[in-house]
Design a protein around this ligand. Structure first.
Ligand code: FMN
Length: 486
């Protein structure tokens, strides 16, 4: 077996990541508040020897609007509470909880994560997020998220959390019945942290977590996100579009990490992907197109639900300039027209886009055509591009889809892995359960046969799955340095 092994995480979204997926006839009715629903996904992925089970989290406010987008945001169990139950229902798979530093205190977060790392036997990881919803801030007596200052807060936050994890060294609990010493005072440390955002005395009343420091995940590709990953993260799961982009991103972050950490640490890049699997490529494409018909569109799919004043105002201008998935209320041929810069309304939703029309598209329109060709093989030249195909792609465009047979999906993953563009993938499914089970039942065995993926777990901890060392305790290291210089 080759040394280098691919890593897989499962990003658990209640209804999968395709926004129309929950309406598919085979999709289950999600049961967001029942443990059995999450544990079913946990069992499927632990049986397939996944490295981790990933619980994202947002503290959004506009629940009614979320139904048109990421339906899993309409109701969420608190991630630490859910993860503690998942820990009880599994024994090997890593568990990733998500927490936004803006909405926690480092002491609370350190306590939650250290507790869960102990209770799960060292299987926890923390996904640090800085998602930009000001709505969430208003649930925390904050006017907004603090703009770029939230990255600064996160930086100090993570440092304080790591120091708190270190505050009681391993072996501190003597319980010496003879002498009456319950703890070894020399192994218990105070932080006395006086920072810009936080003042934390310590000590955290917990022995250092089994993993020393709970591993950190992060997703994001902006300048500030690159710096944050480079300084703190063990894993980044941003989704670059091509292997070339990914290689450049990874090299950039690793270079920054050397500068910021003063050493070469492994950082794992696990792009997020949504595989969509069929018996044949044509069947997979057909499924993708069926899912797109299930997206919530405007009531008037050609003219849209907005009037002229909307399109001539600031909101219309924002949508025109953006390349984000079209929001509900602007999911029509009219919106597409604004986006690609060519009026397509006369063609209707099922009209064909001729090569001459496509040539007049702006840059966004051409990128849409490229994505469509990659996903479905439809091009203006082969007469395959209908207006509905472009509209679907302009809405369901936020997750990198890999569409094909199980063999083709495996080939794509291995190609990225072999090129050094990824150490693995944070996998999501377009809808449950069939597509998730096809990935674990058909793609994973191919990866195993090809020798790039484990057939049995060889470790019991999150760090163990990734071969990550337990970092030294910062208090112990400081003491040793003091001893040396004394
Ligand atoms: C695949 C992916 C998943 C994410 N999940 C969450 C999440 O669950 N909660 C959240 O608040 N932010 C989430 N984010 C946002 C990130 O935490 C971060 O704020 C953002 O990616 C910064 O992006 P940028 O640096 O590229 O601008 C996610 C980002 C990506 C790319």
């Amino acid at each position: 077996m080759p040394e280098r092994q691919l890593h897989l995480g499962y990003m658990h979204w209640l209804n999968g990541t395709h926004w129309g997926g929950w309406r598919h006839p085979d999709a289950p009715t999600a049961r967001a508040f029942e443990l059995e629903y999450a544990t079913k996904a946990l069992r499927i992925t632990e049986d397939a020897k996944f490295d981790f089970f990933f619980l994202g989290d947002t503290l959004a406010g506009d629940i009614a609007a979320e139904q048109w987008i990421t339906t899993h945001n309409t109701g969420r169990l608190e991630p630490f509470t859910l993860a503690s139950q998942l820990a009880l229902n599994s024994s090997k798979i890593g568990l990733v909880v998500t927490a936004h530093p803006t909405f926690y205190e480092p002491y609370i977060l350190a306590r939650l994560t250290a507790s869960l790392d102990h209770l799960s036997g060292g299987r926890l990881a923390w996904n640090v997020v800085l998602g930009a919803s000001d709505l969430a801030a208003r649930n925390f007596s904050l006017p907004d998220l603090g703009g770029a200052a939230r990255y600064e807060r996160a930086d100090e936050f993570i440092h304080v959390v790591q120091r708190l994890w270190d505050s009681i060294e391993e072996g501190a609990y003597l319980q010496d019945k003879k002498t009456g010493h319950y703890v070894d005072e020399t192994k218990i440390h105070r932080l006395d942290w006086q920072g810009t955002h936080f003042q934390v005395a310590g000590t955290l009343p917990l022995e250092r977590p089994p993993q020393g420091h709970v591993p950190l995940l992060y997703a994001g590709a902006s300048e500030l996100s690159r710096e944050l990953t480079a300084k703190w993260a063990d894993i980044n799961f941003t989704g670059p579009a091509t292997p070339r982009e990914s290689i450049a991103f990874n090299a950039d972050v690793r270079q920054r990490a050397e500068r910021l950490r003063g050493r070469v640490d492994p950082i794992f890049f696990l792009p997020g992907i949504t595989p969509l699997i069929g018996d044949t490529r044509a069947e997979a494409v057909e499924l993708y197109e069926e899912l797109n018909t299930l997206l919530p569109y405007d009531d008037d799919i050609v003219e849209g639900d907005r009037d002229e004043s909307y399109w001539s105002g600031p909101e219309g201008a924002r949508i025109r300039a953006s390349s984000f998935p079209l929001p509900k209320g602007a999911r029509s041929v009219r919106s597409l027209t604004e986006r690609v810069g060519v009026d397509l309304r006369a063609l209707g939703i099922d009209g064909r886009v001729e090569p001459g029309t496509a040539q007049r598209f702006n840059g966004y329109g051409h990128r849409l055509l490229t994505a469509l060709a990659e996903r479905t093989g439809r091009t203006p030249d082969n007469g395959g591009v209908r207006v509905r195909d472009l509209l679907g792609a302009a809405i369901a465009g936020n997750f990198p889809l890999v569409i094909g047979t199980a063999g083709q999906v495996a080939d794509t993953l291995i190609d990225w892995f072999d090129q050094g563009a990824a150490e693995g993938f944070n996998v999501s499914t377009p809808f449950l359960w069939e597509q998730l089970e096809r990935f674990t039942g058909e793609v994973v065995p191919i990866l195993q046969e090809r020798g790039v993926y484990r057939t049995e777990y060889t470790a019991d901890t999150f760090r163990g799955h990734f071969g990550l060392d337990i970092p030294p305790n910062s208090f112990t290291t400081a003491d040793r340095q003091e001893e040396r210089s004394a």
